[in-house]
Design a protein. Structure first.
Length: 230
């Protein structure tokens, strides 16, 4: 079923662009109904306006509490007709009340192989630590930061000569593939959560690409589960 997406974002919005591209090109069965930001100068808002996506932007500091801020967002999201919340570089933690309003329908992308390097600088922290493999994780959101059940991960090597400037574009290019893919699986109702584990059900449609035909290796990168359409 077509996902009706509300995006929460605080930054540049390159993942939002990848999701919008995938949906416009028919690879992702989703419609982005609204983009919400806690930062009125976030570049993602300009990207949204250029593509005629409605935006909502308020600072949480204008509300008496974070719960009140989240309540305001909930109202906006419901009025927009969204049933799925996509976090794409959203810098605030969500309240329990918000998370409970969308059970199994809030996803996040994080630029490391969780549970390693949670937090706001996942990519930089992996590099600074000296890790030789890092990557990207898409996961369901629970009440702990960067903690919910993992849907898909993609791994990328870190070379000894890497800097943040050349590592992050590699990380981002993985993000642009695995986030739309995870959302497409959600749209196809193929994700089942059991405790911490997420099972990807087979695609029952005729001519569906099976996981074994999908891409688990992208050059030096490993992706699990395998990509199907991205
Ligand atoms: C991405 O690296 C994502 O993994 C992290 O925040 C960044 C957002 O980038 N959660 P963008 O705003 O989508 O360009």
């Amino acid at each position: 079923m077509t996902l009706q997406i509300a995006v929460l974002a605080s930054g540049t919005g390159s993942n939002v662009s990848a999701i919008l591209d995938a949906s416009e090109e028919g690879r992702l069965d989703a419609r982005v109904r609204i983009i919400l930001s806690n930062k009125s100068d976030a570049p993602v808002l300009e990207k949204a306006r250029k593509r005629d996506i409605p935006v909502w932007s308020r600072s949480h500091r204008d509300f008496v509490s974070r719960e009140e801020f989240d309540k305001a967002m909930l109202t906006v999201i419901r009025n927009a007709g969204a049933d799925t919340v996509v976090l794409a570089g959203y810098t605030l933690l969500l309240s329990s009340m918000f998370i409970q309003a969308f059970p199994g329908r809030i996803l996040n992308i994080h630029p490391s192989l969780l549970p390693s390097f949670p937090g706001v600088r996942g990519g930089g922290d992996a590099l600074a630590y000296g890790a030789r493999i890092t990557g990207v994780t898409v996961h369901f959101v629970d009440e702990v930061m960067d903690n919910g059940p993992v849907i898909i991960q993609a791994a990328a090597p870190i070379n000894s000569s890497d800097t943040l400037e050349n590592l992050m574009p590699r990380i981002h290019s993985l993000e642009y593939r695995i986030y739309p893919q995870a959302l497409q699986w959600l749209a196809q109702d193929r994700l089942r959560i059991s405790g911490r584990r997420v099972t990807l059900l087979p695609d029952k449609r005729p001519h569906a690409s099976s996981a074994s035909q999908g891409q688990s290796l992208l050059g030096p990168w490993l992706v699990s589960p395998s990509l199907e359409t991205f």
